[in-house]
Design a protein around this ligand. Sequence first.
Ligand SMILES: NC(=O)c1ccc[n+]([C@@H]2O[C@H](COP(=O)([O-])OP(=O)(O)OC[C@H]3O[C@@H](n4cnc5c(N)ncnc54)[C@H](OP(=O)(O)O)[C@@H]3O)[C@@H](O)[C@H]2O)c1
Length: 402
Amino acid sequence: MNREFDLVLFGATGFTGRLVAGYIAATRYGRPGAASSEKPRWAIAGRSKEKLEALGLKVPVLVADILDRPAVDAIVKRTKVACTTAGPYAKYGGALVAACAEAGTNYCDLTGEPQWMRRMIDQHHERARATGAHIVHTCGYDSIPSDIGTWAVQQEFHTRFGRYASKVTAAFGETSGGLSGGTIASAMETAREADTDRDVRKLLGNPYGLDPEPSASRPPAPDEKGISWEPHLKMFAIPFLMAQINTRVVRRAHALTGFPWGSDFVYREVMSTPGSARGLAMAAGYVGGMAGLAIAMKSPRLRGLLAKRAPQPGEGPSQETRERGYWKVRYVAEGGGDVLRYQASDGADPGYGSTAKMLGESALCLAFDQLGAPGVTTPSAAMGQRLLDRLRRAGLTFEAAG
Ligand SMILES: NC(=O)c1ccc[n+]([C@@H]2O[C@H](COP(=O)([O-])OP(=O)(O)OC[C@H]3O[C@@H](n4cnc5c(N)ncnc54)[C@H](OP(=O)(O)O)[C@@H]3O)[C@@H](O)[C@H]2O)c1
């Protein structure tokens, strides 16, 4: 594909977008095998020329309101990849996805809004398949450790035991970081839609809600409830807030790639606490806190109060909080009597420092690497091993655990 730019980044003036722009500006790994001096050809796009120029990046500035379809169309025709951090995506994302699907332009984002992803699948999957566009949502901490992590665990399981695992459990929770205004606004947007629309509530409650056929008969995979014991990790397991997004993405990846791990494959995602009395108290505290938060998010008045006290658009965790950040996910893969323990981690805060690497590398991968089938797809179904290699080179670890 011969286009003027390898990638265009929308949202660079926002909190996360500034970090992604910084990552891409500093990258040494654009095209595989390229000399380190050969930088990707990229540009930033947004609605305010002044704000974009004030970032001081020495790249072309393209002015477009992301809601202005003709202006967005004109930009996506000039680039191989459109990468966006302009969220909430349910508010700002639709025109860009539609334009990319139409123009055969690859696309990646950081959405964690399943109801919007469902709409994008229904509206654009077939067109994207026809034009060759890879539309890849959830290229950040939601859902790369889940999706690429499960894919990597399965490759390792196959190497060791000659078959795939029939069950993978991912345990989140060992992490330090913070939240930005755009993330809070996106969670509020999903809560508002769920509050007012029965179909959105139904979709959010369907473990296979992002599958090509959400009502097809599949193995039971209920969302976690309460506290359980994870014997292979010797830790307590409780519901994980982001599992309602991540589990659906892993299941969509499995369906899109033709169920390579078997029709009975089950993916489960939890949050873990230490297997001690203190860990049990922590688990009970989290479960109580999450129940309280779920009630608060159902009330427009309490949502309004929470939103006022939370970081506003453009704001996010301090540099100090981000620099102290880290994350680790533990996986247990089981099948035919065999068990593999695996882990993924990064020494950067999950939502911003590490997410900037994950989204930046996804955009570069979509611009330069060999990809899976087009359509509205997932990180593992589109990028698999290529993205795993890039993430490892960027400092993330994915490895068997002792
Ligand atoms: N999956 C993950 O792990 C993860 C991690 C971090 C963030 N996120 C998601 O990333 C998104 C961004 O979060 P954030 O905190 O960085 O948000 P933010 O600081 O509020 O930034 C929003 C960006 O969108 C741009 N924008 C808004 N309306 C626009 C329009 N009409 N035309 C063009 N640009 C427009 C803003 O541009 P202006 O400067 O012109 O207003 C700004 O650059 C959220 O949806 C969040 O949930 C996900």
